[in-house]
Design a protein around this ligand. Structure first.
Ligand code: AMP
Length: 221
């Protein structure tokens, strides 16, 4: 199964794609994570992407398309993939269609997490993750069981993303509405778009995703 999760920053794509990865044994391809890794390593890609990401803008299409082409090539995703953060522009979506055709693969669902812009700044500015295992948390919506200790690996070190500031979030939202939202009608006309209410609790969103995967229909209009 090959799935795309679409939605603005803070919609919950990361959390839900972790769930889909673990439950359906899919390969999770998060372009944001790939870029952050490249920045941390100081690779050529990282050096190119760092300032763009910090400014809340989009990394050029040709770089992103190459990254995804390598990731989905051949048997790299044996049970299929879940895309989180790609495609983000029409050019990326068209390139993805082309590479899937060449690879004789297809998309099963493009699932939109619908959220109100007003909620996103609060969601994003409260989030952080475990430095060791990457488990995601939120000051208000997803607290650790024991304060200061990672539920998953027991680490006591946590990090916040540099681009999760109120100022950068507004720029990322503008980029989403201008560049990424046009993908909704694109996938709608291909008959692939399904939508869930991303404002619901994490567990409810997960249940809605499972219903879509099981019976193929959207949960909300
Ligand atoms: P994310 O973790 O998905 O919110 O991505 C963080 C940042 O990485 C974005 O604000 C962009 O600067 C960059 N980025 C991630 N995926 C893409 C993409 N598909 N196209 C362009 N830029 C991207």
């Amino acid at each position: 199964m090959n799935v795309i999760l679409l939605g603005p920053p803070g919609a919950g794509k990361g959390t839900q794609s972790d769930y889909l990865r673990d439950t359906y044994k899919l390969t999770k391809l998060s372009t944001g994570d790939m870029l952050r890794e490249a920045v941390a390593k100081g690779s050529e890609l990282g050096l190119e992407a760092k300032a763009i990401m910090a400014a809340g803008q989009l990394v050029p299409d040709n770089i992103m398309i190459k990254l995804i082409r390598n990731a989905i090539w051949g048997d790299n995703c044996p049970n299929g993939f879940i895309l989180d953060g790609f495609p983000r522009t029409t050019a990326q979506a068209v390139a993805l269609d082309k590479m899937l055709l060449e690879e004789e693969k297809k998309l099963d669902f493009v699932i939109e997490l619908k959220v109100d812009d007003a909620a996103l700044v609060e969601r994003i500015s409260g989030r952080f993750s475990c430095k060791q295992c990457g488990a995601g948390y939120h000051d208000k919506f997803r607290r650790r069981i024991t304060e200061g200790v990672c539920d998953t690996c027991g680490s006591t070190e946590f990090v916040r993303r540099e681009d999760d500031t109120a100022e950068t979030v507004s720029k990322r939202l503008v980029a989403y509405h201008e560049m990424t939202a046009p993908l909704l009608p694109y996938y709608e006309s291909a008959g692939l778009l399904r939508s869930v209410d991303g404002m619901a609790d994490i567990a409810e969103v997960t249940a809605a995703l499972n219903r879509i995967i099981t019976n193929g229909k959207s949960d909300v209009a």
